[in-house]
Design a protein. Structure first.
Length: 507
């Protein structure tokens, strides 16, 4: 099936009235989530996972994807007008966006953020369309050794490149792997870590777990900090105020294209995602600027580049999920959970077995990006009012949604206590600087890693050389080892360089 006929199939699915409605609901919810400080797309998707039971699989995935990329749009509004990032990916937008707003250019900042997001999201989808099918075809040659090497390398990248303390990341990944072993052994069907209870024989349910980690933990955090917004920039009231002038476009167009490329490449990497891509894009733009002193004082390139990067990264993040069945970040892990709830395994066979779902999901993002462009600019004033909503209104709603959602999966009261336990754990982990991303990704990938390892050893009659005899697994393992030892190498060579400079400095 060529690209044009595939896109025609995809649009025939995504333009169905029901799917259009779910796409609109998703992008609207995503925008509101991006506007509301402290909630986040991961928490919202976790809260909505139980609802997807009663929705057709393609419609559910279209809605959840809309929440993901819609939140990138919404986060820029509060970053620019309120100096409060609704999403972590919008942190860099605060720096330049609010400074522009103080100088009376809030409309231009909001406009370039919206247009840059639309351009980057569209170009990112074009890259996804051309890269995903050949990668899925290549992945058909993967066997158990390749999947084990791929999952191991992915977890290594998450732990060492996630921008957090790698010992803490390794500890969380190890805990996630341990949680993934609870239940019946995938090969021999022996009970493990069930403590004699039937409720744990099927393993820990993902839905109550992620609702606790991302939903209930946010409730505890909201109760603690009670976020107050003290300063607000003047909100543009006319559409003309949202259009950047010619000079601002001239400065921004290159930043948009560079941010798109950076975001697309970084978004594919496990553990990177939209947040890190926005940081990288901002740093690249500042370094290459002939006037870096403008940054921090309202440089419009500092809005265009990170906003383009985080939207491009949301598109490229789907590539490893749809082609290899491996999530690149927490949100993609939750999307994997949504696939699994409907009995669908994303990966190289998805394109062959369910092309209407594969292409329908991708083409819905084109429609969703257009909806967001039309939706965000006229309703900025409304979104600012939503952002100033007291947390006392949000806390009971989120808590009730968590309880109902956790119980509704299996109608099992035990799941509520599972959610409560993970909610407390997630709150404490965030408070002490432990990222939840390695834990969730390890929990999701752990069973696949274990099964692939044991199948590989059965094929090789217990010999570990099978992982280095096959070229793809050998290359992936070499990459993982390099990433793991890179911090130690950097420290050794850094100390040697300091010693050499000190020796040279001696008279």
């Amino acid at each position: 099936m060529d690209i044009l006929s595939s896109l025609a199939l995809g649009f025939s699915v995504s333009l169905e009235p029901a799917n259009l409605a779910y796409c609109f609901i998703g992008v609207l919810l995503g925008t509101l989530v991006g506007v509301l400080p402290g909630l986040g797309s991961a928490a919202t998707i976790a809260l909505l996972l139980p609802i997807t039971y009663r929705i057709p699989p393609t419609s559910a995935l279209i809605m959840l994807a809309g929440i993901w990329y819609g939140s990138m749009y919404g986060g820029s509004t509060t970053s620019i007008l309120l100096r409060v990032p609704g999403e972590s990916a919008a942190v860099m937008t605060c720096i330049e966006g609010f400074e522009m707003a103080k100088r009376g250019r809030a409309g231009a900042a909001l406009g370039i953020a919206a247009f840059g997001s639309f351009i980057a999201g569209t170009l990112g989808l074009v890259g996804l369309i051309f890269l995903a099918p050949p990668l899925a075809e290549f992945a058909l040659d993967f066997g158990p050794p390749e999947y084990f090497a791929l999952t191991l390398t992915g977890l290594t990248l998450v732990s060492f490149l996630g921008g957090i303390s790698w010992p803490k990341a390794l500890a969380m990944a190890a805990f996630g792997l341990l949680l993934g072993t609870v239940g019946l052994d995938p090969v021999r069907s022996q009970a493990r870590f069930t403590f004699g209870t039937l409720s744990l024989q099927g393993g820990i349910e993902m839905v109550p777990m992620v609702m606790g980690l991302f939903g209930l933990s946010q409730v505890f955090a909201m109760v603690e900090r009670r976020l107050a917004i003290d300063e607000i920039a003047k909100t543009p009231t006319r559409l003309r105020e949202l259009l950047p002038n010619r000079d601002e476009w001239r400065l921004s167009i290159g930043a948009i294209l560079r941010g798109t490329l950076v975001g697309f490449l970084v978004g594919i990497l496990p553990g990177a995602g939209a947040t890190i891509s926005s940081f990288v894009a901002y740093a690249v733009e500042k370094r290459r600027s002939p006037h870096p002193e403008r940054f921090g004082k309202g440089a419009i390139e500092g809005v265009a580049a990170p906003e383009s990067a985080n939207n491009s990264a949301t598109s490229s993040g789907f590539i490893p999920l749809l082609t290899l069945g491996l999530p690149a970040n927490v949100v993609m892990a939750l999307m994997l959970g949504a696939f699994m709830l409907h009995g669908i395994t994303p990966g190289p066979m998805l394109l062959a077995q369910k092309p209407e779902m594969f292409w329908g999901l991708i083409t819905s993002m084109f429609i969703g990006n257009l909806m967001l462009l039309v939706l965000n600019l006229p309703l900025i004033g409304l979104f600012v009012k939503v952002a100033r909503m007291p947390t006392s209104y949000l806390i009971p709603v989120i808590t009730l949604a968590c309880i109902v959602g956790a119980y509704g999966v299996n109608n099992n009261p035990v799941d509520i206590f599972v959610m409560l336990g993970f909610g407390i754990f997630g709150y404490l982990a965030d408070k002490f600087g432990y990222s939840l991303a390695p834990l969730v990704l390890a929990f999701v990938l752990g069973p696949l890693m274990e099964t692939s390892l044991r199948q590989s050893l059965i094929l090789s009659q217990g010999s570990f050389t099978i992982f280095v005899e096959r070229p793809i697994s050998a290359v992936l393992l070499a990459l993982g080892i390099f990433v793991a030892i890179a911090p130690a190498l950097r420290r050794v060579f850094g100390l040697r360089a300091i010693a050499w400079l000190a020796a040279k400095a001696k008279p």
